[in-house]
Design a protein around this ligand. Structure first.
Ligand code: FAD
Length: 307
């Protein structure tokens, strides 16, 4: 990352919310569930699978965590007939992990039960490294009773290989979304160079797939994906109807649609992650900090306003 990019990243949180929103709309369906449902409908019509996410994280009161679970229940009811296989993605700290782990676990178990009327998966996301122990604790406690619960592993963390082995040892039915990891962690616990993160990602993909897991390859990295596709082909995993494969690709709304379309056109299963909700600020900042090119546009827009 250049010095200028570093400065852009650091300056983004200072940008007024209304200016940021004009750019954030690319990554977020809207404030309301209805906005997200409309985007999901359009994606399904184009042949993509879908993931629904309610924005929000790091809640500090039980009432906020309960409100999040209530909104997820409303979303599951709305998805009932409309999209029986839409994955529902949940941040542990949104369901109350930092307030009361038991509350988070109880609420997640209820969502898994509510989703189980369909072949629908509830995915517990992975956040900052400080929350990984508690998050994996929740996953490992619930997995034996809730086969539709999936998790996320971050390739940038040194600890992830050991975590993956422990999850595989817990038994069959492991379903993992594998990501590079969006949270920038210190070099004492994580790789910080992209080449190292890619090496770790590819190694973890084969560890999980060869261990029998279903792996959701969540990435927009074209070069790494070519390596993943070659490995999938070498293992014969890319054969048969897409719905019966043990892998899929996952991409974010607003990021490299061309890449997602190419994968889908080549016959690979692809899902698109669609976030919605009023709490779009932290999520959008992370996305923009990841993309200095867009950050430059935002700063230019701010400077023009101020001029
Ligand atoms: P990169 O090398 O970062 O990106 C590859 C290319 O994609 C870039 O060159 C650029 O062209 C494009 N690109 C990437 N990001 C952007 C962007 N914001 N705007 C425009 N272009 C972009 N991380 C977590 O820590 N926990 C999670 O639970 C989690 N869930 C995720 C769910 C999904 C479906 C996806 C796709 C990602 C998720 N992530 C999560 C984020 C992930 O960890 C990465 O930070 C993110 O996907 C970028 O890494 P990459 O693999 O796409 O590779």
């Amino acid at each position: 990352m250049s010095v200028l990019d570093g400065m852009l990243r650091a300056g983004l949180p200072l940008i007024p919310r209304r200016v940021l929103w004009t750019v954030a709309q690319r990554y977020v369906a809207g404030d309301r569930l209805e906005d997200a449902l409309a985007v999901l409908d359009a994606l399904r019509a184009q042949g993509f699978g879908t993931i629904l996410d309610l924005l929000g994280e790091n809640v500090s009161e039980a009432a906020q965590a309960r409100a999040a679970a209530e909104e997820y229940r409303r979303a599951l009811a709305a998805l009932h007939d409309r999209d029986p296989v839409c994955e529902v993605s949940v941040k542990p700290t949104h369901l109350g992990l930092l307030v009361d782990r038991a509350l988070c676990e109880r609420q997640l178990a209820e969502l898994c039960l509510a989703a189980a009327a369909h072949p629908r998966r509830v995915r517990l996301e992975m956040e900052e490294a400080s929350t990984v122990d508690a998050t994996l604790g929740v996953v490992r406690a619930l997995r034996p009773r809730h086969g539709n619960l999936g998790c996320v592993l971050q390739a940038r963390l040194f600890r992830t290989e050991a975590d993956a082995r422990a999850l595989l040892a817990d038994g069959k039915g492991l379903d993992v979304r594998l990501v590079k990891g969006i949270y920038l962690e210190p070099p004492s616990i994580a790789w910080t160079e992209d080449a190292d993160i890619v090496r770790s990602y590819v190694k973890l993909a084969w560890l999980l797939l060869d261990g029998g897991a279903f792996v959701r390859l969540a990435t927009h990295d074209g070069r790494m994906t070519r390596e993943l596709l070659a490995g999938l082909a070498a293992r014969g995993l890319d054969q048969g109807p897409p719905a019966q494969r043990r892998y899929e690709f996952q991409c974010l709304m607003g990021v490299r649609r061309d890449f997602a379309e190419e994968l889908r056109a080549a016959g690979h299963p692809v899902r698109i992650y669609v976030p919605y909700g009023r709490d779009w600020h932290a999520y959008s900042l992370r996305r923009l900090q990841h993309n200095p090119q867009i950050a430059r546009h935002v700063l230019r827009a701010v400077l023009h306003r101020e001029a």
